[in-house]
Every structure is written in structure tokens, then in C-alpha cells.
Design a binder for this molecule. Structure first.
Ligand SMILES: Cc1ncc(COP(=O)(O)O)c(C=O)c1O
Length: 392
């Protein structure tokens, strides 16, 4: 049986001529015309003033923190349920991380707990230097209350939208809810350039500064002069060419990923103990990954039973993120709440969700889940799903 991957790259055909153009023009070195054009096209599509093409989403987070002046001794609040890159970047600038639990409605940062924490920080007269809000698995956090409370205490937001390109909240694009927004073009993301990232902001001076810091902070002098520490964080022209091709099909990729989710929902519908990651009424999630939780008491088996059975069938499925406050490397950090993220970690699993996932392969995944739960579909019911999806 061929392996079914969690979220493999999906080239469209638009990338190849753009990549060849970069290659043939000898713009191999960092920067070049595709980088400039990608930045313009990206900013336009997402609806933001400026975008800066970088080597990764992690470097974008690092630069955002640097530009907000975060330094040793400062505290930065972030979501506990996230990938380690979010917390790592805060460590790079020497700040202390403080974690907020997830809310059940979005699995993202709980606005109520954030408000409580900021109130407590204000009482102590030590507000955090920034709040890094994560948009998990393709869905924006609940930004109305989050923005309202951050504005009340004048604490800037960095939006880690690495997993949520193409998502919206109240019709507004992910990546545009903070002073800075961050995206990733890592290999498993909804569109990929094999690697790469994007930093978004509305202010031109911040974009100019980000480009300066990302190119070794070279002073405008006729020789190599540096008055500040810089970084080698820019995107190469080759990767920018691939990213431009991928950007053209973003909407289609969102449609495919949402169709995966809808199909999983239809085919797993009614299985006791299975629940899907909720979608907030104000949100349009991309369903970058379709995530389910498995309540062992009603399902009769655990999330890990499913994961192991998938592996035996050559299917890649992953537990949901292990919260940062449970990570051995981050055990010393403060956390407000934590039980919701812990339960999502205990019970959650991400199902194969690639935009190129075939109907037959998706049913292979469903068969495993149903077999573990002792509830196989009859052959007739199973067959009924194939033509319906093909016709859709
Ligand atoms: C939430 C989150 N933040 C940041 C990153 C880092 O992006 P990159 O891998 O491009 O550095 C990722 C994923 O890779 C992520 O999932």
C-alpha cells in the first residue's frame, strides 16, 4: 500500500516556468525580481501594507520580536498549544515565556484567560512586551476580544499565522490582526516553497527595518559597515518563484482542504466519542489539518490506538501539538489554565489532510478509524461515498 502522508506538498504546474525563469536569468543568489514580486503579490492578496519574504516562519517571528524591542528581562505571552517554533523565537530574544490555555471553541488562545492575565500583570505593574497569538491548524483565534483587551493595556500583538494562510475571521485575512503577522511556506503548509516564511505589517518603516535586519544589518556605506547585529534571513529568488506559483492556487487549496474535512465529517459521522476541531462562527478555517478528538470512554479505544493502527496501514497521522507548558525544555514557565490544551493533546489526532488526497485514500483513513472503533461501514455505504465525492 502506498504511504498516505499527513500534508505533502502539492505543486500546481504554475511554479515550474517561474522557477525556470529564475534559474535561466541566473538570479540564484538571495533576493532578485521574484522576491520583490512575491512580496507585492502576497501583500495584495492578504490585504496588508507590506510583506517581507524570509527564510522561514521562525525567522519572521524572531524579527517581529526584535522589532518590538523585546529583550532579556521582558515577558511575552503566547498560546501553550502550538508548535515549538513560536516559543523558541521568544527564547531567541532572551525573554521569558508565559502561556495561556486554549479555549474549547477554537482551540486557540482563550481571550478570557488572556484578559485575566493582563489584568494581573497591570496590577503588578509589569505588562508583557508582546502577545504572540497562534492561529492553530488553519483557524484564526477569536480576535475581537483578544484585540480589545490587548489595546486596553497597549500590548502589541504578533499573529503567528504560520498554519493559517487563507483563513479569515469576520472576512479579514489571517496574518493581519497584529502589528506583525507571520506565515510559513514549510513543506507541510497549505502552500509551500519547500521552505520560507513571510512577515507582514502595515507600516513601511517596519518593513524596511525587517529587510535591513534580515540582510546582516548592512549600513548604507560603500563598504561593509555594521552598527547593529543582523541576520541572514532573506528568502532566495528560487524559492520566491515557487511561492509565486503556489500563491496562484491558494483558494483552490483551501477548497480542497475544507472538502477533506467535510468528507471526514460525513464518513465518521455518528461515531461515539469522535469530535472535530470546532469552527468559530466568525471564522472560515482552511482546515489545514483535519483534527479530531477521541474520547476513549465512549469510543472504546484511544487516540494512540488509532495512530498505531494507521501506522500499520502505512498512513501518517500525528497527535495534536504537545502544549508548551508540558515540554521538558519549557517546564519553568508560567501558565494560566492548561487543562483544555492538555485534553486536546491527550485525545487529539491530525488526519491526513493534503490538498491532493484522493477519495480512495481518505476512505482508507476512515476505514482504520472505524475499524479501531469497531464500527466498519457496510460495503454499500462505503461505496456510496466514492462517487458522491467524485461528482462534487
Ligand atoms: C504555529 C507555527 N509557528 C511557526 C512555525 C515555523 O515556521 P517555519 O517552519 O517556516 O520556521 C510553524 C511551522 O512550521 C508553526 O506551525
Amino acid at each position: 500500500m502506498d504511504r498516505i502522508y499527513l500534508s505533502p506538498p502539492h505543486m500546481s504546474g504554475f511554479e515550474r516556468p517561474l522557477l525556470l525563469d529564475a534559474f535561466d536569468s541566473n538570479w540564484i543568489a538571495p533576493l532578485g525580481p521574484h522576491v520583490d514580486t512575491l512580496e507585492k503579490e502576497f501583500a495584495e492578496q492578504v490585504g496588508v501594507g507590506h510583506s517581507v519574504a524570509l527564510s522561514s516562519g521562525t525567522s519572521a517571528l524572531h524579527l517581529a520580536l526584535l522589532m518590538l524591542g523585546v529583550e532579556p528581562g521582558d515577558e511575552v505571552i503566547t498560546s501553550t498549544l502550538t508548535f515549538a517554533a513560536t516559543a523558541n523565537a521568544i527564547t531567541y530574544v532572551g525573554a521569558t515565556r508565559m502561556y495561556i490555555d486554549s479555549e474549547r471553541d477554537t482551540w486557540n488562545m482563550d481571550p478570557q484567560l488572556l484578559a485575566e492575565e493582563l489584568r494581573a500583570c497591570a496590577r503588578r505593574k509589569k505588562l508583557p512586551k508582546a502577545v504572540v497569538v497562534v492561529d492553530l491548524y488553519g483557524q484564526c483565534a477569536d480576535y475581537n476580544p483578544i484585540r480589545e483587551v490587548c489595546a486596553r493595556y497597549d500590548v502589541p500583538i504578533i499573529e503567528d499565522a504560520a498554519e493559517a494562510l487563507g483563513a479569515t475571521y469576520d472576512g479579514q485575512s489571517a496574518g493581519t490582526f497584529g502589528v506583525f503577522g507571520v506565515f510559513s511556506f514549510n513543506g507541510n503548509k497549505i502552500i509551500t516553497a519547500s521552505g520560507g516564511g513571510m512577515l507582514l505589517c502595515d507600516r513601511e518603516d517596519l518593513a524596511v527595518r525587517a529587510r535591513f535586519l534580515a540582510t546582516q544589518a548592512r549600513d548604507p556605506a560603500p563598504y561593509y559597515q555594521h552598527t547593529q547585529i543582523g541576520y541572514n534571513y532573506r528568502m532566495s529568488n528560487l524559492l520566491a518563484a515557487v511561492a509565486r506559483g503556489q500563491l496562484q492556487v491558494l483558494e483552490d487549496r483551501v477548497r480542497c482542504r475544507r472538502a477533506n474535512y467535510e468528507s471526514y465529517r460525513d464518513t465518521l459521522d455518528g461515531m461515539p466519542g469522535i469530535a472535530f476541531m470546532p469552527e468559530h462562527p466568525r471564522s472560515r478555517s482552511t482546515r489545514w489539518l483535519t483534527c479530531i478528538t477521541v474520547d476513549p470512554a465512549s469510543f472504546g479505544a484511544t487516540r494512540d490506538d488509532i495512530r498505531v493502527a494507521m501506522e500499520a496501514e502505512n498512513i501518517e497521522a500525528r497527535p495534536t501539538w504537545k502544549p508548551m507548558h508540558m515540554q521538558p525544555v519549557f517546564l519553568d514557565c508560567r501558565i494560566r489554565g492548561g487543562a483544555v490544551a492538555e485534553q486536546i493533546f491527550d485525545e487529539g489526532i491530525c488526519l491526513p489532510s493534503g490538498s491532493s488526497l484522493a477519495d480512495e485514500d481518505r476512505l482508507r483513513v476512515v476505514d482504520v478509524v472505524r475499524a479501531v472503533g469497531g464500527c466498519l461501514m457496510t460495503p454499500d455505504t462505503r461505496d456510496a461515498f466514492l462517487p458522491r465525492r467524485k461528482a462534487a
